[in-house]
Ligand binder design. Structure first.
Ligand SMILES: *Cc1c(COP(=O)(O)O)cnc(C)c1O
Length: 391
C-alpha cells in the first residue's frame, strides 16, 4: 500500500481500492474470470512457480481484487475468500487447532459456528469451552496451558453483547493464544479489528458487503504473523468461491459506505421509536445504554449497522405470530445486510451454556433496510395492533 492510499479516507478507498482499469482495457471494474486451467508458456515458467496465477482454485484477478480491497479496509496483511462466512470461521479454527488444544469461544457466537465446534472440533480432540460475552479481562481465569485460540464475535448477532476485545486480546496474547474475531456486524467501516488486538478477522460477505441478499461469500483476514497458517489451511481445505459471487461481492462493496450510513441512521431512528412502545421491554442495540457492553461500543466502534433486537414484554406465541405473519415490508428469514428489512423471532435459551438467558418474553431481531422509515414504522405499528388484539 502506498503512502497516498494509507492517508485516504476509507470511503474513498471503497471506490478505488483493488481496481486497475489500465489492465482491463480501461474498463472500470475487474471482470469475472472463469477458469480451472491456467497455462504456462515454458517449462522454466512452470518450474519457477512465480506466475501470478497457476490454477483456478488458487485465485483469479477477480478474487485478488476483492481480497486486496478487504485486506486494506480491515487493516490486515492478507485476505482469503471462502464460499461462505461459516467456511471462513471453520478455516480460521482449523488453521490453529489440533488434538489436545483448547478453544475459548463466546457464548453468544453465531449458532452454526457453535455447531461446528460441538460436532467437529470436539470429535477431533479439541476442548471447547464457552465463556460469558461480558467477561473482558476476566477471561484470564479460563486460560489454561492448552488454550490456543480465543474466538470473539462483537456484538453477538442476536443478543448484541459488545465484547471488550482489546482486554481479551491482551490476555490471550500473554498466554500465547491467537485472537479470532467475527467482524460481520460492524464491517471494517465501523470496527478496525487489527487496531483492537485481533490476529484473524472474519466477515460473512454474504451480509453487508454483498448487500443485496443474492450471494454467499466469506473472508478471512490475517496479520502478517497469522497469515501463513491461515493461507495453508485455506489451500489444504480446497476452498474457492464461485466467480459470480466474488464479482457481486466486489460490486456490493463499492456502495457499502452509502448503504451503511443509511442503515445506521434508519436503525437508530427505529430503535428509538421502539424503545417508547409499551409492548417493548428493552432494546438491544449497541448504541443504546440498555445494551450490555454499550460503553465498550462507544469506546471502540465508529458506528452501528442496521441489525438489533428488541425484547417484548411477556405475551403469547400466537400474539407474536399475529404480529409477524401479517407484516407487509418486514420479511421473516435468516441472514441480513441486504437492502430489505427483516424480522426474526429467536430464543437464546435453547443453546446458551455459559450464561443464562433470563428474559421471559419473546425476542425479535430486526434488520432495518433501505426503505423509508415512516413506511417501516407504520408496518410495525399495524403489527403491534395485531399483537394486542391477539393477546
Ligand atoms: C451470517 C453470519 C455468518 C455466516 O455467514 P454465511 O455466509 O451465512 O455462512 C457468520 N457470522 C455471523 C455473525 C453471521 O451473521
Amino acid at each position: 500500500m502506498s503512502k497516498r492510499t494509507r492517508t485516504q479516507n476509507p470511503l474513498t478507498r471503497l471506490a478505488h481500492a483493488g481496481r486497475e482499469p489500465a489492465r482491463f482495457h480501461g474498463f472500470v471494474n475487474t471482470p469475472i474470470y472463469r477458469g480451472s486451467t491456467v497455462l504456462f508458456p515454458t517449462v522454466a515458467a512452470l518450474e519457477s512457480n512465480t506466475q501470478d496465477y497457476t490454477y483456478g482454485r488458487l485465485g483469479t484477478p477477480t478474487v485478488t481484487a476483492l481480497e486486496d480491497t478487504i485486506a486494506e479496509l480491515e487493516g490486515g496483511h492478507r485476505t482469503l475468500l471462502t464460499p461462505s462466512g461459516l467456511s471462513a470461521i471453520v478455516t480460521s479454527l482449523l488453521a490453529f487447532l489440533g488434538e489436545g488444544d483448547e478453544l475459548l469461544i463466546v457464548d453468544s457466537v453465531y449458532r452454526p459456528a457453535r455447531r461446528f465446534c460441538d460436532n467437529v472440533l470436539r470429535r477431533l480432540g479439541v476442548t471447547v469451552t464457552y465463556y460469558d460475552p461480558l467477561i473482558g479481562a476476566g477471561i484470564e481465569k479460563l486460560i489454561t496451558k492448552k488454550t490456543r485460540v480465543v474466538f470473539t464475535e462483537s456484538p453477538g448477532s442476536q443478543t448484541f453483547e459488545v465484547q471488550d476485545v482489546p482486554a481479551i486480546a491482551e490476555v490471550a496474547h500473554r498466554a500465547g493464544a491467537i485472537l479470532i474475531l467475527d467482524n460481520t456486524w460492524a464491517t471494517p467501516l465501523f470496527f478496525k479489528p487489527f487496531e483492537h488486538g485481533a490476529d484473524v478477522s472474519i466477515q460473512a460477505l454474504t451480509k453487508y458487503i454483498g448487500g443485496h441478499a443474492d450471494i454467499m461469500l466469506g473472508a478471512l483476514t490475517a496479520t502478517k504473523e497469522a497469515a501463513a497458517a491461515v493461507t495453508k489451511a485455506h489451500e489444504d481445505l480446497g476452498l474457492c468461491p464461485g466467480p459470480e459471487d466474488v464479482y457481486l461481492g466486489l460490486r456490493g462493496l463499492r456502495s457499502l459506505g452509502a448503504r451503511l450510513e443509511r442503515h445506521q441512521r434508519s436503525a437508530l431512528a427505529m430503535a428509538e421509536w421502539l424503545a417508547t412502545r409499551p409492548e417493548v421491554e428493552r432494546v438491544l442495540h449497541p448504541a443504546f445504554p440498555t445494551c450490555p457492553g454499550h460503553d465498550v461500543w462507544k469506546r471502540d466502534f465508529t458506528g452501528a449497522s442496521g441489525l438489533f433486537s428488541i425484547l417484548l414484554k411477556p405475551v403469547s406465541r400466537e400474539a407474536v405470530a399475529a404480529m409477524v405473519d401479517g407484516l407487509d415490508l418486514f420479511g421473516m428469514g435468516y441472514s441480513w445486510g441486504g437492502f430489505e428489512s427483516l424480522i426474526l423471532p429467536f430464543d437464546p435459551s435453547e443453546y446458551r451454556t455459559a450464561t443464562h438467558w433470563t428474559h421471559k418474553g419473546p425476542a425479535l431481531r430486526l434488520h432495518i433496510g433501505l426503505e423509508d422509515i415512516d413506511d417501516l414504522r407504520a408496518d410495525l405499528e399495524a403489527g403491534f395492533s395485531r399483537l394486542k388484539a391477539a393477546a
